[in-house]
Design a protein around this ligand. Structure first.
Ligand code: HEC
Ligand code: HEC
Length: 327
């Protein structure tokens, strides 16, 4: 009788131990999976630029290397204290086209050679690489471009074509240019954006968005608004371009693999920055066909009846629905 009791007790104890181990397993599982999450392989690798050490050591190589210098140190040549001309706002092309236009989803030049000349909606006509470079000089750099026949234009053109030399004509591999960020359902909110800006951007770009100048290299931290920033006809003045750029690249040090902003945060910060003062510049020849205007372009006339405010901040979905195609 006593023996039976004892075996019963031992059996119960063994059961309890099993139960305890099983519980422990179960409760510890979420921790394990959270850890696994943090060591998941990075997102699929995207387009990568050719190695700059492979730029040939001949005349065409020298031209390419000069083009690279002009794009990474534009201010030295064309800034307010530039050695060739004083024809731009003091920014460098690579402030927006990171690593001289070679970094994935960071405004790189990967698919310029493959796609240009191409039809440009803004121009309403065919656009060449030189015309596209000129556009950035006049808008993003708020200045004027060197002549198309100048050595400098030839060099930038050669460099940009070298960056995209391995992409087949007509192709746009993932990772080239900017990633297109999804719209949010509500209007982007400059008030929320201001709070986020003070937490995540102000440290480098400054409370007044004027950045931090550096007498030699242009800017240590480039300006985001004010008289030295891009003007109102620049690509970044559209909320979609700004939000897309910062989602993958800002705060500085983040990347598409290691993003530090949510989609909503990116839109709200874009709304705040692009509601601050900057040089107003309009080009009469822009958007000759208003049907081709992107929905987030705030300047009328529009091909629909939505107010300018909604074109600027959204929500864009109703505008898109009214047009059936996203532009
Ligand atoms: C203030 C930011 C900014 C600066 C500075 C800037 N750009 Fe751009 N650039 C842009 C944006 C935004 C686009 C549009 C990208 C898109 O639509 O995917 C663009 C587009 C381009 C394109 C076409 C890319 C493509 O894939 O179609 C070229 C070429 C270019 N820029 C060259 C230059 C050069 C050269 C300079 C310097 C002289 C320069 N940019 C300075 C923001 C900038
Ligand atoms: C740690 C410093 C730092 C922080 C924080 C930071 N940036 Fe930047 N940002 C930079 C630098 C440096 C560049 C220029 C990159 C280059 O030249 O390679 C830059 C470039 C930019 C550009 C393109 C150039 C221009 O001036 O128009 C934009 C737009 C931008 N940052 C927006 C933001 C926003 C929005 C935030 C906050 C979410 C942010 N940045 C946070 C350092 C920073």
């Amino acid at each position: 009788m006593r023996r039976k009791w004892l075996t019963g007790l031992v059996f119960l104890l063994v059961l309890l131990v099993f139960f305890w181990i099983w519980r422990k397993e179960k409760t510890s599982r979420p921790v394990v999976s959270a850890m696994q999450n943090s060591i998941l392989p990075p997102k699929e690798p995207l387009w990568a630029a050719p190695d700059s050490n492979t730029i040939p050591n001949n005349d065409s190589g020298h031209l390419i290397r000069y083009g690279k210098k002009l794009i990474s140190s534009t201010a030295r040549y064309f800034g307010p204290g530039g050695s060739l001309a004083h024809s731009s706002n003091g920014m460098n092309c690579q402030n927006c086209h990171l690593d001289a236009g070679t970094r994935a989803w960071a405004g790189n030049f990967g698919s310029v050679a493959s796609l240009y000349p191409r039809f440009g909606d803004r121009r309403g006509n065919t656009e060449t690489i030189n015309q596209r470079i000129t556009d950035c000089f006049e808008r993003s750099m708020n200045g004027s471009a060197p002549d198309s026949n100048s050595l400098e234009m030839k060099a930038m053109n050669a460099y940009i074509r070298w960056v995209g030399k391995d992409v087949k004509k007509g192709k746009k591999p993932p990772g080239t240019g900017l990633e297109i960020l999804a719209y949010i359902e509500r209007a982007a909110d400059p008030v929320k954006g201001k709070v986020l800006y003070s937490k995540k951007c102000q440290l480098c770009h400054g409370m007044n968005g004027d950045g931090k100048p550096d007498s030699v290299t242009g800017y240590l931290y480039p300006p985001l608004w004010g008289e030295h920033s891009y003007n109102t006809s620049a690509g970044l003045f559209r909320l979609s371009k700004f939000a897309s750029f910062i989602k993958d690249n800002m705060p500085y040090g983040s990347s598409y693999i290691n993003e530090q902003l949510t989609t909503e945060e990116a839109w709200d910060i874009a709304a705040y920055v692009n509601s601050q003062p900057r040089t107003i510049k309009k080009f009469k020849q822009d958007w000759p066909n208003i049907l081709l205007k992107p929905v987030d372009l705030p300047d009328g006339p529009f091909a629909d009846s939505f107010p300018s405010e909604q074109h600027k901040y959204g929500p864009y979905a109703p505008i898109v629905a009214s047009r059936k195609v996203r532009k």
